[in-house]
Design a protein around this ligand. Sequence first.
Ligand code: MN
Length: 285
Amino acid sequence: MRLCRFEADRLGLIRGDRVHDVTAALTDLPAQRWPLAPGDPLIAALPTLRPVLERLADSAPSLPLAGLALDSPIANPGKVIGAPVNYQKHLAESRADRGINFGTEIKGIDHYGLFLKASSAVIGPGAPVTLRFPERRHDHEGELVVVVGRAGRDIARGHAFDHVAGYCLGLDMTVRGTEDRSLRKSLDGYAVLGPWLVTADEIADPGVLDLELRVNGEVRQAANTRDLIWDIPRLIEYASSFYTLYPGDVIMTGTPEGVGPVQPGDIISLTVEQVGTMQVAVRAA
Ligand code: MN
């Protein structure tokens, strides 16, 4: 199942090149009262909501997918988790590029563990990435993103996929500099999620997917998720050993080699095999 958000918080189920408006299913979500429960209520309810969504889609009005401005498929991720230097060749390029390392020694994910991006940084591909601080370098980082479906802590790697709702694409936009990652990667719009959520049942093995990122048509990043240093079960095992994972939390699995700066006017196109393609515009603040 492929789910998207479009036009002022409408929920869409994608079949072929059409988006079926299944927003009516949201009335089945539990009423929310303060204090809000942790987690994204739609993702939490997805296992029971799926048959409702399929049934609604059979008779719902539909729109062509092409041209729709899509919002982040996860409306309320509690945590946006990032994996620093999780591809060997990206580690090598980071060590060689002073515009990335600023003279410090770059180590691997075993050293840094994980980091968090502010959830206020999340946008969908329908919105542009707006570059603040024009004098600084802003890099694209194309990544496969895991969407947590079921809460858990201390999840053993053998059970990791039981906690995955699905996958989407992510741009872990980054301002280069000496500040902490959590600051440099948390500007408004610097966590692009999209174009839709592909439920886990549609992807037999997320550990063997080709990823390609282009800027204005030119290939900048081309890799395969088999080259992740920490694979998805390891990321889930490690993250959940520090904090409880909740439905709608997202794990950006890390970017491969080929990161580089973007400028206002650029169009970033990111594709992950079996998940989809999203195009994101870059503009000046
Ligand atoms: Mn990243």
